[in-house]
Design a protein around this ligand. Sequence first.
Ligand code: COA
Length: 320
Amino acid sequence: MTRSAIVGTGSALPARRVSNAELAERVDTTDDWIVERTGIRFRYIAGPDETTATLGADAASAAIAAAGLAAQDIDLIVLATATPDQTFPASATKIQAMLGIHDCVAFDVAAVCSGFLYALQVADSMIRVGAHRRALVIGAETFSRILDWDDRATCVLFGDGAGAVVLQAVADDAPNGILATRLHADGRHNGLLYVDGGPSTTGTVGKLRMKGREVFRYAVTNLAAVMTETLAVAGITSADVDWLVPHQANARILEATAKKLGLDPARVVMTVDQHANTSAASVPLALDTAVRDGRIRPGQIVVLEAMGGGFTWGAAVVRF
Ligand code: COA
C-alpha cells in the first residue's frame, strides 16, 4: 500500500507589492479600516506579463528544486485556480509546457479558495491507487483581474500569487505522508461569493461579488467542523497539531477558528498581512513560507484548511 507525502514546497509572487496606503489613493478606504477588519497590510498585484500560469510555473519550479527532483520526474500536474489564463486549455497544460514536460497528466480543478485542498485530495487519491508516483499540486491565482476596483468592500481583500507542493508516493508505514483529507460542498450558498460572468452565461469574465458578513459567519463554523472531522479520521486530536496552515482570508477568521479548536495562536501560520487573500494559492504560499523559515520541520503534524465560494471547504492532516 502507498500513500503520498509532501517532499518539496515552492511559491511565487508578482514583482509589485501594494500597501493599504497606496490602495487608499485610488479606493475610498484607509489603512486603519483594512488592518482592523482583516489584518491585511500588503498584497501583490500581477503585471501584464505575470499570469496564473507564469506564477504557477515559478512556484512549481521552486517546489521541484526543493524536492531535489527534475521536471521530468513529474507525472501528474493538478492546478487549482479560479482565474485561469484562458477559459481553455487548462492552465495546468501551460505550466506543463513552461516546465518542459512533454508527457504527463495535467488538468485544472476549480473550487475557488478551497481549490488547493481539493487538488491535494485528487492528486493524493491518484497516487494511492498507483496511477502516478510524483505529482505537482499547485494553487495559482490572479484575482486582481476579476476585482471590481470600485467595490471597496471586496477589492481591498485579495491579491495574486502561487504556491506548489510535490507529492511523492511513499509506503503506508513511512514516517511522513498525508494522513487524512476531507472535502465538502454546499451549493445552496453559491450566491454569497461568486463572479457575475462566465463563458456560458454572459460570455464575459465578470467581477467578484461577495456578501462578506454571511461568508464570515459560515467560515468559522464550517472550518472548525471539517478540521475536527479530519483530525478524527487521522486518529489524533488538536493537542497533537504542531502547525495550522489555514486559508488566509482574514486574520479574524483565522483567530476565531483556532480558538474554536483550542489551538494556541502561536501555532497558526499567518501570512494574510503580507499576501492578502490569494484564493487557491494562499494555503501553499503560507505552507512554503513556514517551511522555508524553519518553523515546519520533519516529523511535525501540520493541518491545512480552506473555505471558499460554492461554498466549498476542506482540510488535510499531514505529517512532514
Ligand atoms: N474601507 C472602508 N470602509 C469600508 C470598506 C473599506 N474597504 N469596505 C466596507 N466598508 C464600510 C461599509 O461601507 C460599511 O459602512 P456603513 O456601515 O456606513 O454602511 C462598513 O464598512 C461595514 O461594512 P461591512 O461589510 O458590514 O463590514 P464587516 O465588518 O462585515 O467587514 C469584511 C467586511 C469583508 C472584512 C468581513 O465581512 C469579512 O471579512 N468577511 C469574510 C470575507 C472573506 O474572508 N471572504 C473570503 C472567503 S474565501
